[in-house]
Design a protein. Structure first.
Length: 277
C-alpha cells in the first residue's frame, strides 16, 4: 500500500512538473526572441539567441514612448480597481444586509450580466460613448471599466460578506458606531482576503486589456496604454516582431511582480468563509 501511494505521489509530481514546463514554453519564446534580430526570429524562433541583444528594448522604449504608456496603464488600472473595490464592496454589503426585493433583483441582474459577451455590446457601447462624449478620454475608459467590472466584483464580495457574523456589527452599533463607521471600521477590514483577490483579478484584466482601450481611446496617442502602444509595431504590410516582443516583455514584468506578491491571497479569498465554525 505504501509503495503504491509513493508511486502515485511521484506520478502526480511528474505530471505537475511537465505541466509547469508546458506553461513556461510561451515565456521562453517571448524572452528568447526578444533578444534576437528580426532575421534570427524568422530563421529559427525556437533557438536560443546567439548574443544578448538589448537594442530591441532600447528601440521599443523610444518608439512606443514607454514611460508615457506605462503611466497611462498604471493610472487607469489603479483608479479603476480602487473604484471597483470601494463601490462594489459597499453595494455587496448593502445587498446582503438588506435582503429586500430591490436588492435581490439588482444582485440577480449583476450576476446575469456576467454571462453577456463583450463583443455583443461593442456597437451599442460606442454609440452611447459617442452620445455622452466619452471617447478619446481617460474618464470614459474609467467609467467603462467600472461598469464592466462591477458584476464579478460584487458577486465575489457578496459571497464573502455572508461569512461575516452579524453580531460583530450589532456590537459596534450598540457602542455608538454609525452605519458608515460599521462598514469602514468593522466590515471592510474583514474583507481583506477578498479585497486582495479582487485587486489581483481586476488588475490583471485591466492592465492587459486591449479591446476596450482600443475602442474608447484608440485614436488618442497621448492616452495609449501599453497594449495599444505595442500594437503600433503591427502594420498592414509590416510586423516588427523583434520590437513587439521586447515591448511585451517590458509590459508584463510589472504585472507579473504584482501577481507574485498577491497570488497567495487568491485561494484564501475564495475559500475563506466556506467553512463556518
Amino acid at each position: 500500500m505504501t509503495n503504491r501511494y509513493n508511486w502515485r505521489t511521484l506520478l502526480l509530481e511528474l505530471i505537475a512538473i511537465l505541466a509547469m514546463l508546458l506553461f513556461m514554453v510561451p515565456f521562453y519564446f517571448l524572452g528568447s526572441n526578444s533578444l534576437k534580430t528580426f532575421g534570427e526570429i524568422l530563421l529559427d524562433a525556437a533557438a536560443l539567441p546567439k548574443s544578448l541583444n538589448f537594442s530591441n528594448y532600447e528601440r521599443a522604449w523610444d518608439i512606443m514612448k514607454f514611460p508615457q504608456a506605462f503611466w497611462n496603464s498604471l493610472l487607469i488600472t489603479v483608479t479603476s480597481v480602487a473604484g471597483l473595490v470601494v463601490i462594489s464592496a459597499m453595494a455587496a454589503y448593502k445587498m446582503v444586509r438588506r435582503p429586500n426585493k430591490l436588492n435581490n433583483t439588482l444582485f440577480l441582474l449583476f450576476v446575469a450580466a456576467m454571462v453577456i459577451p463583450f463583443q455583443s455590446i461593442m456597437i451599442p457601447l460606442m454609440k452611447v460613448a459617442g452620445w455622452f462624449g466619452l471617447t478619446n478620454s481617460m474618464w470614459g475608459l474609467w467609467l467603462c471599466y467600472m461598469g464592466f467590472g462591477s458584476s464579478l466584483t460584487i458577486f465575489l464580495f457578496h459571497g464573502f460578506v455572508k461569512s461575516i457574523p452579524v453580531e460583530i456589527e450589532e456590537s459596534a452599533v450598540v457602542d455608538g458606531c454609525s452605519p458608515y463607521g460599521v462598514f469602514w471600521r468593522i466590515v471592510f477590514p474583514l474583507l481583506k482576503p477578498m479585497t486582495a483577490t479582487v485587486l489581483l483579478l481586476n488588475s490583471l484584466w485591466i492592465w492587459n486589456d486591449f479591446l476596450l482601450p482600443n475602442l474608447i481611446i484608440g485614436g488618442e496617442r497621448t492616452l495609449r496604454t501599453i497594449p495599444l502602444s505595442t500594437y503600433s509595431f503591427f502594420g498592414q504590410y509590416t510586423k516588427q516582431w523583434d520590437l513587439a516582443l521586447a515591448a511585451l516583455v517590458m509590459g508584463i514584468i510589472p504585472i507579473i511582480i504584482f501577481f507574485l506578491s498577491l497570488q497567495k491571497y487568491i485561494i484564501e479569498g475564495i475559500t475563506a468563509g466556506s467553512v463556518k465554525g
